[in-house]
Design a protein around this ligand. Structure first.
Ligand code: NAD
Length: 418
C-alpha cells in the first residue's frame, strides 16, 4: 500500500523501514509485510429512532494473519478512515508478535458519532456491521475487541450477533466481553499491570530501585489509574503527579492513589483533589521523576517539550505518545523509553488469555491470569531488551526488530502458496 503524505499508514511504514533495514529483510518478505492482507468496506443501513434510515460506512482490516487469526479492536468515531484502520491493524500485527501470542493484526472502524446516538441505535449499528462482516470474522479467522468508543456491552452484542448467524453460542469470536459471558478476570487491569511490570523491569535495567521511585502519570483513565494504583500498591513506588483532560495534581510526598480513585469516581477528574498542588500537563513533563508514564493521548511528547523532560524512564501506556523527533532527542540523552507496542501489550495478551479460556471452556482464577501475564510480559521485555543490546538500538527499534523478525521467520517457513 503506497504511503501518502500525512498518512498514518505512512508513519507506520517509517517505523517498519528502520527496523527492516537493520534486519536486512529481503525485498519479497518486505513487500508481503507492508501489504494489508484484506481490507473490507461495508455499508451498514440503520433505522434511526426518528424513523429515518442512515447508512454508516464500516471497515475491517486484517493486516497480517501469518501467526494466527487477526486480532484488534473496533473503533466508533466520526474521523475513522481506511488509512487509519489499516495502520492500526499493522501496529496490532507487531504488538501481537512482540507479545509472542499466536495472533495476526486486525482493526475495525465505523464512521459514526456514538455520542449523538441512542443505545438502541448503537446496538442496531453494531449488529448490522457484524452481520456485514460475519463471514470474515470468527475464532479461527479474526477476533475483534473494544477500542475507542466501544465497550464490553458492544462486545456482548458482537458475540450474540455472530452466534445467531452460526447457530450456536461462540464466545471466542470476540474479547473484552463481560465476565458473565466469557470475559476474562484481570482483563480490565491488564494493560496497567503490564505498564507496572515494564516500569519495574526498566528500573532494574537502568539501575534504580522501583520501591520508593518517583512516578508521574499523564491520564487517569483505565491505563493511567491502574498503572498508578499497581505501581504504588505492588511495586512500592511513589506517585507524585497525575494529570487528566481537566487539570492535574502534585504532591512530592506521594499522592494517596486509593483516595484519588474515589475522588475521580465522583468528580470525573483529578482536578481539585485535596492534599495536593495543582499541576498542568506542561509542568508534568518538566518534573524530576524516575518514571514518566504517558497514558492519555498520542503525540504528547514532542520535539518542543522533550528537552524539558527529566525522567530516567518513559513507559508508553498510551499508543503513539512520543513523536519520532522527540524519541530521537530523548534516546540521544540516554532516557530509556519502553515503546507502546511492548509497554501496553498486556491488554492484548489478556485478550489472548480470554480467547484461550473461551475455546477451552475452562476459566482461570484472577491469580492464574496475573501469573501468566507476568511471565508473558517479562519474556517480551527481556527479548526486546536483549535485541536492543545486540543491535545497539533503542527499545522501539528493537521491538520492531523482534516483531518483524518473528513474522518474517514464519512467512519464510510457510513458503509461497501458488
Ligand atoms: P481512557 O479513556 O480510560 O483514559 C484516558 C485518560 O486520558 C483520561 O483520564 C482522560 O482524562 C485523559 N486525557 C484526555 N485528554 C487529555 C489531555 N488533553 N491531557 C491529559 N490527559 C488527557 O483511555 P485508556 O483506555 O486508559 O487509554 C489510554 C491510552 O492507552 C490510549 O492511547 C489507548 O489507545 C491506550 N491503550 C489502552 C489499552 C486498554 O486496555 N485500555 C490498551 C492498549 C493501549
Amino acid at each position: 500500500m503506497a504511503a501518502t503524505s500525512g498518512s498514518i499508514f505512512g508513519a507506520m511504514l517509517q517505523e517498519f523501514d528502520g527496523a527492516a533495514r537493520i534486519l536486512n529483510l529481503e525485498p519479497g518478505i518486505w513487500k508481503i509485510l507492508t501489504s494489508p492482507k484484506r481490507q473490507i468496506t461495508v455499508s451498514c443501513p440503520v433505522q434511526m429512532d426518528n424513523g429515518e434510515i442512515e447508512v454508516f460506512v464500516g471497515y475491517r482490516v486484517q493486516y497480517n494473519i501469518t501467526l494466527g487469526p487477526a486480532k484488534g479492536g473496533i473503533r466508533y468515531h466520526p474521523n475513522v478512515t481506511l488509512d487509519e484502520v489499516t495502520a492500526l491493524a499493522a501496529w496490532m500485527t507487531w504488538k501481537c508478535a512482540v507479545a509472542h501470542i499466536p495472533f495476526g493484526g486486525g482493526k475495525g472502524g465505523v464512521i459514526c458519532d456514538p455520542t449523538k446516538m441512542s443505545k438502541r441505535e448503537i446496538e442496531a449499528l453494531t449488529r448490522r456491521y457484524i452481520a456485514e462482516i460475519v463471514d470474515a470474522i470468527g475464532p479461527e479467522k479474526d477476533v475483534p475487541a473494544p477500542d475507542v468508543n466501544t465497550n464490553d456491552q458492544i462486545m456482548a452484542w458482537v458475540m450474540d450477533t455472530y452466534s445467531m448467524h452460526v447457530g450456536h453460542t461462540t464466545t471466542s469470536v470476540v474479547t473484552g466481553k463481560p465476565v458473565e459471558l466469557g470475559g476474562s478476570l484481570g482483563r480490565r487491569e491488564a494493560t496497567g499491570r503490564g505498564v507496572m511490570i515494564a516500569a519495574r523491569e526498566s528500573a532494574k535495567h537502568v539501575g534504580f530501585n522501583i520501591k520508593g521511585a518517583t512516578v508521574a502519570v499523564q491520564g487517569f483513565g483505565n491505563v493511567g489509574s491502574i498503572s498508578a494504583e499497581l505501581l504504588a500498591q505492588e511495586a512500592g513506588a511513589k506517585i507524585v503527579a497525575v494529570t487528566d483532560w481537566k487539570g492535574g495534581v502534585y504532591n512530592k510526598q506521594g499522592l494517596d492513589i486509593p483516595k484519588l480513585l474515589q475522588y475521580t469516581q465522583q468528580k470525573k477528574t483529578v482536578d481539585g483533589f485535596p492534599d495536593a498542588e495543582p499541576l498542568t500537563n506542561a509542568d508534568l513533563f518538566k518534573l524530576e521523576v524516575d518514571v514518566l508514564i504517558p497514558a492519555a493521548l498520542e503525540n504528547q511528547i514532542t520535539a518542543e517539550n522533550a528537552p524539558t523532560i527529566r525522567a530516567k524512564v518513559i513507559i508508553e501506556g498510551a499508543n503513539g505518545p512520543t513523536t519520532p523527533d522527540a524519541n530521537k532527542l530523548l534516546h540521544d540523552r540516554g532516557v530509556f523509553i519502553v515503546p507502546d507496542i511492548l509497554a501496553n501489550s498486556s491488554g492484548v495478551t489478556t485478550s489472548y488469555f480470554e480467547w484461550v479460556q473461551d475455546r477451552y471452556g475452562y476459566f482461570w482464577t484472577e491469580k492464574e491470569v496475573n501469573e501468566r501475564l507476568e511471565a508473558k510480559m517479562c519474556e517480551a521485555f527481556s527479548a526486546v531488551l536483549q535485541t536492543s543490546i545486540k543491535y545497539k538500538v533503542d527499545m522501539r527499534t528493537a521491538a520492531y526488530i523482534v516483531a518483524i523478525g518473528r513474522v518474517a521467520t514464519v512467512t519464510r517457513m510457510r513458503g509461497m502458496y501458488a
